[in-house]
Design a protein around this ligand. Structure first.
Ligand code: SF4
Length: 378
């Protein structure tokens, strides 16, 4: 059955109009979904019973089942493996930052997936090693955020009932990063449709600037994204200062050169007025030498960009290692000395293997049947 959130708000309005319903019904329904976390039309008590029944015959608003959930950083990081049916599952991570005296976080970031598996085959990535299965639909992307938006997410048995106002919740989601499993720009339509729901007032109503799309470097996708009229952040994964090493680490990078990516970033900045971040996974004695830092700084000189250094989080994959902290800091210093703006990513959830694809890999290894339900407290 079709999920309601695979339609745009305008399509929902048109569908309801074709049923002879007044225009305001679409807003009533989406308020239940996005403000109250409804996962069943039956709770929508301000709708006539006949309309609720018709909606339930035509659409679903069900939330995905959780297969496994792990907690780290004293509960500030939670990673969930969500069941999409037919053996498909994706990972979503919630990270709470800067709690006040009552423990309410100042900022809540959810890292979401856009594909089951990934075709990009990056050598250092657990998801890349799993191969590609399929794109996620808009609803499958948006419901990952809704999963982590519900304040009482520990009380799963009550998910069919209306929740308090999610937007007013003290631990509401404030930021989204498209950095989970999959390449978001390879699922362009699903990604854009999800961003529309996450940002529009009839949806979750998040600030566009609170959303970041991370790409391994699909130049045409970056160009399209820059023309959507959105104010979202963009992260481009470089991982190497030269094309040969980059192709070795990202075999699917093919003919795309670093120069093309830097030009795409420049255009994105011009069109969207947002700074671009270059992600750089640091691999011990592979791409973390001082001369490589200087070469990287030269490649991005003159562009309003930031380099995010990510010390490699070892996966079950090939023989790549995490550099020592001293090598990480030395690389950062070289970049800064050469005029590049560079930070080291604060690591969250290392003990629950928060790198994309690792929980899914772990659960597959244990077999899903053995692992359900799996909740590991720190
Ligand atoms: S790092 Fe991202 S783009 Fe590369 S294989 Fe993993 S999920 Fe895909």
């Amino acid at each position: 059955m079709r999920h309601l959130l695979d339609l745009s708000f305008e399509e929902i309005e048109a569908e309801l109009a074709s049923w002879g319903e007044p225009r305001y019904r679409a807003k009533q329904i989406t308020e239940w979904v996005f403000r109250h976390g409804a996962t069943d039309f039956e709770v929508m008590t301000n709708l006539p019973p006949a309309l609720r029944a018709r909606l339930a015959e035509a659409f679903t608003i069900a939330a995905p089942e959780v297969l496994a959930e792990r907690h780290a950083d004293d509960g500030a990081t939670t990673k969930a493996l969500l069941d999409l049916g037919n053996g498909d599952a994706v990972e979503t991570v919630r990270m709470d930052y800067d709690p006040d005296e009552d423990g309410a976080p100042d900022r809540v970031t959810v890292c979401i997936s856009t594909q089951v598996g990934c075709a990009m085959a990056c050598r250092f990535c657990a998801t890349g090693l799993q191969g590609f299965t399929r794109n996620l639909s808009a609803s499958e992307i948006v419901t990952q955020v809704l999963y982590f938006s519900r304040p009482s997410r520990g009380e799963r048995e009550d998910t069919s009932h209306a929740q308090p106002d999610l937007r007013a919740s003290r631990d509401r989601v404030t930021n989204i990063v498209f950095m989970g499993m999959g390449e978001p720009l390879a699922n362009y339509n699903g990604t854009i449709a999800a961003i529309r729901w996450l940002t529009r007032p009839e949806g979750l109503g998040l600030r566009q600037r609170g959303i970041t799309v991370s790409t391994v470097g699909l130049v045409r996708g970056i160009d399209r994204l820059s023309q959507e009229g959105l104010q979202i952040g963009l992260t481009i994964s470089l991982h190497a200062p030269d094309d040969e090493l980059r192709r070795n680490l990202i075999p699917t990078a093919g003919g795309t050169t670093i120069e093309e990516l830097v030009n795409a970033a420049r255009l994105y900045i011009e069109r969207c007025g947002r700074r671009v971040t270059f992600a750089y996974a640091l691999l011990d004695h592979v791409n973390d030498e001082p001369e490589q830092a200087r070469a990287l700084a030269r490649r991005i000189r003159g562009i309003q960009a930031h380099v995010n250094l990510i010390p490699y989080n070892p996966t079950a994959g090939p023989d790549l290692r995490r550099p020592s902290l001293a090598r990480v800091r030395a690389f950062q210093r070289e970049l800064q000395a050469a005029g590049a703006n560079a930070t080291v990513r604060i690591e969250r959830g290392v003990e629950i293997a928060a790198a994309c694809g690792q929980l899914r890999t772990d659960v597959q290894r244990a077999t899903i049947a053995e692992a359900i339900p799996l909740t590991v407290q720190p």
